[in-house]
Write a protein that binds this ligand. Structure first.
Ligand code: SAM
Length: 271
């Protein structure tokens, strides 16, 4: 059963700014976002923040096997399932969702026009905790640029390294503020994520997260200084052994180098 066209018609309570509610008001863009997830009949789909159903409607047209939605706004979640009882509603904060409960062999396709305030931590968790088949998220353009930033520039940081260590990231297209109600102040970007065949194992991922925290808290310092400040004796030798110059700054290290460095630090110093 499809939604009946009630979405976006103004029978709802006013949008809640605290929940990042900027509702997409353009059916062509909504369709384009859902198209980029390539949903086949019978697929398992998870939508984060369905709101008034702008994307949900197009997902349902593709006849998914299951459609689970995570929505923090109870009124909107209930309105959506009232219109289509086959939708599995999980009411609450997507940041608190237990990702390990999503079966890894179920080929989940995940989509969301994400509220700006949770996009980065949510994507951090999803790429590292869910074996999804594909994921497409609309985020603030600035976050999109950080997600796919190459090393060496100002946009490159812990989020870039972490996400690119787990997934291939593509910016599919930009979306102007005018197609939302209410209009946000910024341009958005639709990003696609395809998991890498061999992401870091759990222990290596833990070490990588710790190394990223350590390095990007002091991103203007040289790597050898950062290691020394953390009491890591022999850090210069570790760096040189990996072909990294001690004077390099964190933002110059590619994701593979960060992984190698964190593995080395974990093995030698148990950090
Ligand atoms: N998908 C709809 C659209 O494209 O029009 C709504 C997108 S709106 C930018 C973000 C949606 O996420 C809202 O429906 C909001 O209530 C919901 N939301 C906000 N914070 C959330 C959270 N922490 N967990 C789950 N949903 C959340």
């Amino acid at each position: 059963m499809a939604l009946n066209g009630r979405e976006g018609r103004g029978q709802y309570k006013p949008a809640k700014r605290s929940l990042g509610q900027n509702f997409l008001n353009d059916a062509n863009i909504a369709r384009k976002i859902v198209d980029s997830l390539d949903i086949r009949p019978g697929d398992n789909v998870l939508e984060i923040g369905p709101g008034r159903g702008a994307l949900t409607k197009h997902i349902l047209e593709r006849q998914p096997g299951r459609l689970m939605v995570l929505e923090k706004d109870d009124d909107l979640g209930q309105a959506l399932t009232a219109l289509n009882p086959s939708i599995e509603l999980v009411s609450g904060d997507a940041l608190a969702f237990p990702w390990q409960t999503l079966e890894s062999d179920a080929g989940w396709k995940i989509v969301g026009n994400l509220p700006y305030n949770i996009a980065s931590p949510l994507i951090w968790d999803i790429v590292s905790q869910v074996k999804f088949a594909a994921a497409v998220f609309m985020v603030q353009l600035e976050v999109g640029q950080r997600l796919r930033a190459p090393s060496g520039g100002k946009d490159y940081g812990a989020l870039s390294v972490w996400v690119q260590s787990h997934a291939r990231v593509e910016l599919l297209f930009k979306v102007p503020p005018q197609v939302f109600q209410p209009q946000p102040k910024v341009t958005s970007a639709v990003m696609r994520f395809i998991l890498l065949p061999q992401p870091p194992e759990p222990n290596a991922a833990k070490a990588l997260a710790a190394t990223l925290r350590m390095c990007f808290q002091q991103r203007r310092k040289q790597l050898s200084t950062i290691l020394k400040s953390k009491g890591i004796v022999g850090g210069e030798d570790v760096l040189l052994g990996l072909g990294i110059q001690p004077a390099q700054r964190p933002e110059t290290l590619e994701p593979e180098r960060f992984q190698a460095l964190s593995n080395c630090l974990e093995n030698q110093f148990g950090s």
